[in-house]
Write a protein that binds this ligand. Structure first.
Ligand SMILES: [Fe+2]
Length: 276
């Protein structure tokens, strides 16, 4: 079994700035420290996009400050609140494909892990919160899926923007816009795919065209369960979380850990068991 740590929607801001009273720096620092302390056996930390709130060099520097001492290899992804050029300038070690998209692939056991770049553009459009997957990125994905098929691997497909609708009137409008093509490409590939996404700031799971999906909460602010409300800025200070993704020979398992609620000192409880 391989364990991956999935943290998303960090939304780093300049020093002294908060989001609905939450300090993104402190939340990410606390969440990553909790994840590392409780899962030192993880193979990789995947930061699934929206590393920053505005994509400025100052914000990336603050993310870099926190991940500098991470003892587990870190993979970066690009979200709608990032600026791809600033991200790759701040982290020259971030993996990019031949076309400059922040994408990477890893194989652990029988699973191929793909970390994809669903940001709109280039060119960068600061108000384009919509996700995009273009011809060049589909070519990369198609090749990766073929390699998975040839090797008999299943696929853990990390994407900041979910291609699927998840029931929010607002957020569904800014999902990955190329959902129809994505479904067709996966169907043609004929491999078993599980999506792990961010963007929505809420724990969600389900299936889409026969593929499983998991959406991981933000390390900062969350989306309230106001399904019909079209406002994209809805935010609530519900507990933040990170994902613990287990890759097994039988499939992919996704856990969510609310790091500020988690109890370290867990006791057995006879009350929880049926009476003898
Ligand atoms: Fe976000």
């Amino acid at each position: 079994m391989t364990k991956l740590l999935a943290l998303t929607d960090i939304h780093m801001k300049p020093e002294g700035q908060t989001i609905i009273g939450i300090d993104p720096f402190e939340n990410f620092k606390r969440g990553l420290a909790h994840a590392i302390a409780h899962h030192p056996d993880a193979e990789r930390v995947i930061l699934m996009g929206d590393l920053t709130n505005s994509g400025t060099p100052e914000e990336y520097a603050r993310v870099g400050e926190i991940i500098a001492d991470c003892p587990i290899p870190v993979t970066l992804m690009c979200g709608n609140h990032d600026q791809r050029d600033n991200l790759t300038a701040a982290f020259p070690w971030a993996s990019t494909d031949d076309n400059g998209f922040v994408q990477d692939a890893f194989v652990y056991g029988t699973t191929r892990v793909l970390t994809t770049d669903t940001q709109f553009g280039p060119p960068f459009v600061s108000y384009a919160h919509l996700g995009q997957y273009c011809d060049k990125r589909f070519a990369w994905l198609t090749d990766q899926l073929q390699q998975a098929k040839d090797a008999g691997q299943n696929v853990a497909l990390f994407a900041h923007h979910p291609p699927m609708k998840v029931g929010f009137a607002g957020m569904d409008q800014i999902r990955m816009r190329d959902d129809t093509r994505m479904a067709e490409v996966l169907k043609s590939a004929g491999v078993d795919v599980h999506f792990i996404c961010g963007h929505v700031h809420r724990t969600i799971s389900g299936s889409w065209h026969g593929h499983g999906f998991t959406v991981v909460k933000s390390t900062c602010h969350q989306m309230p369960l106001a399904l019909e409300n079209p406002d994209l800025s809805l935010s609530t200070p519900e507990p933040a979380a990170y994902g613990v993704i287990l890759l097994t020979a039988d499939g992919i398992i996704a856990h969510s850990e609310d790091f500020d609620l988690a109890e370290d000192d867990v006791q057995p409880s006879a009350d929880a068991m049926p009476d003898a």
